[in-house]
Design a protein around this ligand. Structure first.
Ligand SMILES: [Mg+2]
Length: 148
């Protein structure tokens, strides 16, 4: 799976459970994506502020800073720094509709239920990347229109 510029896709993976991180890393490796893994929301936020990612995979239940807080902080940071909106996928065992609503409200683009399978995860990432690209294309088209 490639980012827009043919460099490897860069994915931030936040999960406090080592096995969950390992599973996601193995799946990402199947498509030669580069994963940066962290153990809690605070580390995720720090990584997000210092590096560029194509996609963020965020567990919700984590110590130090939970995933919903980290997603809200990421969205605040994007607005404060005028950075493009990065697709954020909440990855969680909490699959009830109120949990889905809470992660959307926090700023997640999509909700993936655990256990994560390669098919589900890669399909979700690719759908979000396509959506993000469509938005970029739309903005470009508008800029071209107003520019000419
Ligand atoms: Mg967790």
């Amino acid at each position: 799976m490639k980012a827009q510029s043919e460099r490897p896709l860069r994915v931030l993976v936040a999960d406090d459970h080592p096995t969950n991180r390992a599973v996601i890393e193995i799946i990402l490796d199947l498509v030669s994506a580069a994963a940066v893994s962290v153990e809690n929301g605070q580390q995720a936020l720090m990584a997000f502020k210092t590096e560029e990612f194509d996609v963020v995979l965020m567990d919700l239940q984590m110590p130090v800073m939970d995933g919903l807080t980290a997603i809200r902080e990421i969205r605040k940071h994007e607005i404060a720094t005028d950075r493009r909106r990065t697709p954020v996928l909440a990855v969680t065992a909490n699959a009830l509709s109120e949990h889905v609503a809470a992660s959307k409200e926090a700023g997640a683009d999509r909700h993936i239920a655990k256990p994560v399978t390669p098919e589900l995860l890669l399909a979700a990432i690719s759908a979000e990347l396509e959506r993000a690209r469509a938005v970029v294309d739309e903005v470009r088209a508008k800029v071209r229109k107003t520019g000419s």
